[in-house]
Write a protein that binds this ligand. Structure first.
Ligand SMILES: NC(=O)c1ccc[n+]([C@@H]2O[C@H](COP(=O)([O-])OP(=O)(O)OC[C@H]3O[C@@H](n4cnc5c(N)ncnc54)[C@H](OP(=O)(O)O)[C@@H]3O)[C@@H](O)[C@H]2O)c1
Length: 304
């Protein structure tokens, strides 16, 4: 197995592509993994969010996304979050992963977001078809939409063997109370919640500890708080102590903060560019900040 140092510098030099398919396994080994509590299955701790993948059928618009997905797979990434609500994202993903021949290696998380049993069943059938899946890894109730009925339905599909894991998602603080209620009363495999050093830290107060207590995996959405923060950070200098947890870019600085919370199973940054995939997957290797460093990161960010 290649060392972490070799992995990081190989990513930096862009040589991993040139190493050919055999190297995929060495790269995948170098990514940190965490277990899904309900099964013990391990996932790499950085995945990809695809709410900007709904570009339709234009091959020029699809080309950078295809390059990003190819690189994501080469570097050992598996978790892809999507939704029928992300315009044509599911179609684009289904087509591109088929063209790349990587569908069987992926852990696909999609969502249901309509009301009424028939409508929800149809919506999910369409997701399966667009994503070329006979069995979905994770089905989530999107933004708690009609959550009581949709949770009951996806549980049925799970019991029937069509879905491996079930969960709920939100990125809105006003939903947190309901999320807590659901977590107390239902045996979910996953929750998906927003959490970011960039002023979205509230989920760490109650929801993340509750996920640990209740044995639920956590996907973190909006780990960059949506991305606008990069403009602000570009005017600051990276503190020297960031080297102590192997952060070499602002994206890694932000992601490593999220990933160092032990409740987090996998962060799903939105990324449509190959260079962002390389940058972000490097955050899944190397050291993570300890408690002292996390406090320093918060003070640093709040002082900007
Ligand atoms: N309720 C829900 O279920 C819910 C809500 C919100 C989000 N989500 C999921 O979570 C995912 C992530 O959320 P998000 O995309 O809204 O926000 P985000 O991950 O916090 O930020 C994404 C932004 O960061 C940029 N970026 C990514 N990597 C970068 C890097 N290394 N350097 C500089 N900029 C970088 C992206 O640019 P490029 O696109 O140019 O690479 C994009 O503009 C979504 O895609 C979606 O799958 C779910």
């Amino acid at each position: 197995m290649i060392s972490r140092r070799d992995f990081t510098s190989a990513i930096g030099a862009g040589v991993l592509v040139a190493m050919g398919p055999k190297s995929t396994y060495a790269q995948a080994d170098a990514l940190l993994h965490r277990s899904i509590p309900s099964s013990g299955e391990k996932l790499p701790i950085v995945g990809v969010g695809t709410n900007r993948y709904g570009v339709g059928t234009d091959s020029q618009l699809r080309a950078p996304l295809k390059a990003a997905l190819r690189k994501f797979h080469e570097l050992g990434g598996t978790v892809i979050d999507t939704a029928p609500g992300y315009r044509t994202s599911e179609n684009v993903l289904g087509d591109l992963t088929h063209e790349l021949g990587i569908g069987d290696d992926l852990f696909i998380a999609t969502k249901v977001d309509v009301q009424g049993r028939n409508a929800s069943e149809q919506r999910m059938e369409q997701s399966f078809s667009k994503l070329n899946k006979s069995k979905m890894e994770l089905m989530q109730v999107h933004n708690l939409f009609d959550w009581e009925n949709n949770l009951a339905l996806i549980k049925e599909w799970q019991q029937a063997g069509r879905i491996r894991y079930i969960g709920v998602t939100t990125s809105r603080e006003r939903d947190y109370e309901t999320v807590e209620k659901i977590m107390c009363n239902y045996d979910l495999d996953f929750i998906q919640i927003n959490y970011s050093l960039a002023n979205q830290r509230k989920s760490a107060e109650r929801i993340l500890p509750m996920a640990t207590d209740r044995g639920m995996a956590v996907l973190v959405n909006r780990p960059f708080g949506g991305g606008g923060v990069f403009k602000k950070l570009s005017q600051a200098s990276m503190p020297e102590w960031a080297a102590e947890f192997d952060a070499n870019s602002w994206a890694q600085f932000l992601l490593k903060y999220v990933l160092s919370n032990p409740a987090v199973t996998c962060a799903i940054p939105g990324m449509t560019k190959e260079r962002h995939v390389v940058d972000n997957l490097a955050a899944a290797a190397g050291r993570l900040p300890n408690e002292d460093m996390r406090r320093r990161q918060e003070a640093f960010f709040d002082g900007l």
